[in-house]
Write a protein that binds this ligand. Structure first.
Ligand code: 6PG
Length: 479
């Protein structure tokens, strides 16, 4: 029993995580893969790692010191259950099984409960940062028990990315909390990506600039308040020239965006929780819309606006788009954190939102300076009702709103879809409104279904007798 940590599943993410673990002082790593070849290959290619290969679950368990700690890195789904079943057979009470895949958090809650019944700890840990992050330092979002965290914490801290001296890992909360937070991270990632794509599209169609020229604009933006990994890689993608055709790569990539499910989970979960994550939802739907070529072909006969889109002051327009992007981004993050707040309340997790924003500063796909401002906002007020209304963000929205409105108007008039920009603006105007037409919706509900309403001027629940003499009566609250 010489290894303090093991990895099961040696595809790229698993191999890279195992190499990362092995490279840190104090770790010895046992590795296991269902097919022997991957294990042999990894061990042969990386003698410096000092891996302890195992070729059965029994061997794997025997190579680990107690409490045994193993990280499962297999594709989320049934495969994860199969590996857990095998590990439970060879592990003992007090040992720790970590699922590092992109699991759906209700699965993690279910698995944690089942594994806990055996006395073994089960930790669902979200890991972000892709292949490169797994190798050099990801952002890690573990859930699970406090007991597991005692052993696991130092190991995960040893491999996580570092932001301003702090490791990008925190014990997010119990059972499925880690995978829940990773899910919302991905939802925010979808929104961020869609917003950047809308900014690119508007600049390109509004000014006729080439992708390479727009890459320069993004590179410039990356030196300011928009600084982030996603802006940085956007510039790289836009600058790339296709070797075969000599065209910008972005012009030869099929315009149908894929998705593996985490964005949709974020939206489904938000719907169930009653949290309006409209920016994330529009970003997810934008991918769906793009991926129906038959519908797009059929709808291509539908007319757009008569006049051509013409931007007169190019520099001013680009600055407006930058402001619109920043404002919409604030809304997306505000909505995402709202979902984490609501999820924590629903599932009884005590999640420190400031700590979550801090572990996203480095390592993960949405890493950015911006996360520091979110951390500041929660440090100032831990129970912030709306992140967007915290001073720094309220200031930015105040500065940016005129630009944001101009961009949404221009996009609408030009017939350029900007679902994430415009839905974020609609959210902004909705959440800040003094009165909403929700009052009328309540009236309608009461009319056709006697669903009752409350009044602004007195307590109680009321119903107007619409089909009778239309007098109001006090009613039993039926929502
Ligand atoms: C990460 C990424 C990672 C993965 C996404 C991509 O945090 O490292 O989010 O988890 O790249 O799952 O998701 P889609 O394929 O749905 O875009």
């Amino acid at each position: 029993a010489a290894a303090n940590i093991g990895v099961v599943g040696l595809a790229v993410m698993g191999s890279n995580l195992a190499r990362n673990l092995a490279s840190r002082e104090g770790n010895t790593v046992a590795v296991y893969n269902r097919s022997r070849e991957k294990t042999d290959q990894l061990v042969a290619e990386h003698p410096e790692a000092g891996f302890i290969p195992a070729f059965s679950y029994e061997e794997f368990a025997a190579s680990l010191s107690k409490p045994r700690t193993a990280i499962i890195m297999v594709k989320a789904g049934r495969g994860t259950d199969a590996v857990i079943d095998e590990l439970v057979k060879v592990f003992e009470p007090g040992d720790i099984i970590v699922d590092g895949g992109n699991a759906y958090f209700p699965d993690t809650i279910r698995r944690e409960k089942a594994v806990r019944a055996t006395g073994i700890n089960f930790v669902g840990a979200g890991i972000s940062g892709g292949e490169e992050g797994a190798l050099n330092g990801p952002s890690i979002m573990p859930g699970g028990s406090d007991e597991a965290w005692i052993t696991l914490g130092p190991i995960l801290k040893s491999i996580a990315a570092v932001a301003e001296g702090e490791p990008c890992v925190t014990h997010v909360g119990h059972d499925g909390a880690g995978h829940f937070v990773k899910m919302v991270h991905n939802g925010i990632e979808y929104a961020d990506m869609q917003l950047i794509a809308e900014a690119y599209d508007l600049i390109r169609r509004g000014t006729g600039k080439t992708p390479a020229e727009i890459a320069d604009i993004f590179a410039e933006w990356n030196t300011g308040e928009l600084e982030s990994y996603l802006i940085e890689i956007t510039a790289e993608v836009l600058r790339q020239v296709d070797a075969e055709t000599g065209k910008p790569l972005v012009d030869v990539i099929l315009d149908q965006a894929g998705a593996k499910g985490t964005g949709a989970w974020t939206v489904q979960t938000a719907l169930a929780l009653g949290v309006p994550v409209s920016g994330i939802a529009e970003a997810t739907f934008a991918r769906s819309l793009s991926s129906h070529p038959e519908q797009r072909a059929a709808a291509s006969i539908l007319p757009g606006p008569e006049e051509a889109f013409e931007v007169t002051d190019v520099d001013a327009f680009i600055e407006d788009v930058r402001q619109a992007l920043f404002a919409s981004k604030i809304i997306a993050y505000s909505q995402g954190f709202d979902e984490i707040r609501a999820g924590a309340a629903e599932y009884n997790w005590s999640i420190d939102l400031g700590a979550v924003s801090k572990i996203w500063r480095e390592g993960c796909i949405i890493r950015a300076q911006f996360l520091n401002r979110i951390a500041d906002a929660y440090a100032e007020q831990a129970d912030l009702p709306v992140l967007a209304a915290a001073p720094y963000f309220a200031d930015a929205l105040t500065r940016g709103q005129a630009s944001w409105r101009r961009v949404v108007v221009a996009a609408t008039q030009a017939g350029i879809p900007s679902p994430a920009f415009s839905s974020s603006l609609a959210y902004y105007d909705g959440i800040r409104a003094d009165r909403l037409p929700a009052a009328l919706v309540q009236g309608q509900r009461d009319f056709f279904g006697a669903h009752t309403y409350k009044r602004i001027d007195k307590d109680g629940t009321f119903h107007t007798q619409w089909s009778g003499d239309r007098t109001e009566i006090e009613a039993v609250d039926t929502h």
